[in-house]
Ligand binder design. Structure first.
Ligand SMILES: Nc1ncnc2c1ncn2[C@@H]1O[C@H](COP(=O)(O)OP(=O)(O)OP(=O)(O)O)[C@@H](O)[C@H]1O
Ligand SMILES: [Mg+2]
Length: 324
């Protein structure tokens, strides 16, 4: 078994599209990210895994600039986003896409209008050109027949595909996805994973995917990152995680403590270091996803539920959602 020596990638020839160094974040004096390092290379699929409360969503929100780190640096496309003002951050946001949990579509707009929105807001293209672009994007996610339907008229899987088409509208080089297959049946979820994989590999987009779902993680990932209680346990190629998962019980004593944690998580086993730990002080958070001191704290923040404020245009609301 190879020990995790360094989270940085070894290819010195190309520079990361996303580079996280020494990132720390505390809420109410409690540190939930404790010095995170992570590189994502152009075109690669990085899957971030970890138990409930391990800090996945917090890390994602820091990486898309909707939260600020207490210390450390986050570089997107070579630019440190820590400390950027809203205007500068909005410019960086044009270069990456985000696929939210439920697609985050606007219910009052058709699928085609939802996909057209970023082009209308951020380009000077004519309506004819926008219409063609939208058709191409919808074709790529096999959703052309649903162009004139409203989100309430389509299934969960179709909403995700529409969300994916919208996230790809401005041809980003980097796509962040939050639990892409959450809430879908296994077949639809496998189809979304496959589509995500096909599209991003075909176009050469790097992806950063947060997911609980092991099947999904092992389908999508080139490399995986495992978070535990705000600490990065390992950032390794998928094959490394596959090997850790496959270590038989008889040999598991040879693994390090971190590797045994990873093995138990990947296997979803009831027994192992995770369960031993859960009998200690933080069992509530690990087992039930209940965050001590934060009653009813939602685990992820689906931006769709951001209520519309009076007098606010759809575009203003979208900007606010992306910042939320
Ligand atoms: N806005 C906030 N205010 C206070 N504490 C927060 C806030 N956001 C996250 N936390 C805390 O940070 C820790 C990490 O939360 P986070 O949502 O990042 O975990 P997660 O790995 O995404 O979990 P899940 O798998 O349940 O979505 C938790 O203990 C949580 O209570
Ligand atoms: Mg989360």
């Amino acid at each position: 078994m190879v020990r995790v020596a360094d989270n940085a990638v070894s290819d010195p020839g190309s520079s990361p599209i996303l580079r996280v160094r020494g990132v720390r974040k505390a809420f109410d004096g409690r540190e939930v990210l404790k010095g995170i390092d992570l590189d994502v290379m152009p075109g690669e699929a990085m899957v971030i895994m970890g138990g409930s409360g391990s800090g996945k969503s917090t890390l994602l929100r820091l990486m898309i600039g909707s939260l600020h780190a207490d210390s450390g640096s986050i570089e997107l496309f070579g630019q440190n986003i820590c400390g950027l003002n809203d205007d500068a951050m909005n410019k960086v946001r044009l270069k990456f896409g985000i696929l939210f949990q439920s697609g985050a579509l606007f219910n009052s707009m058709t699928v085609a209008e939802n996909v057209a929105l970023p082009l209308q807001e951020h380009t000077r293209l004519s309506q004819e050109v926008i219409d063609i672009q939208v058709k191409i994007k919808l074709e790529q996610v096999q959703l052309r027949e649903a162009a004139d339907l409203y989100p309430a008229q389509i299934s969960g899987g179709m909403k995700k595909r529409a969300g994916l088409a919208r996230a790809l509208t401005l041809d980003p080089k980097l796509l962040f996805c939050d639990e892409p297959s959450a809430g879908l049946d296994p077949v639809t979820s496998a189809q979304i994973d496959r589509l995500l994989l096909d599209l991003t590999k075909k176009i050469g987009i790097a992806t950063v995917v947060v997911t609980h779902e092991m099947d999904s993680a092992f389908t999508i990932a080139d490399r995986m990152a495992m978070l535990d209680k705000g600490r990065m346990l390992a950032v390794e190629p998928k094959a490394w995680f596959d090997r850790v998962r496959g270590v038989p019980d008889a040999d598991s004593a040879q693994l390090s403590e971190d590797e045994r944690l990873i093995r138990q998580f990947l296997r979803g086993s009831a027994e192992g270091p995770l369960s031993e730990r859960q009998s200690e002080s933080d069992w509530e958070q690990d087992i039930l996803g209940v965050r001590p001191g934060v009653p009813g704290m939602p685990s992820i923040e689906p931006s769709r539920i951001v209520p519309r404020t009076e007098g606010e245009s759809v575009l203003q609301r979208l900007r606010r959602i992306l910042r939320a």
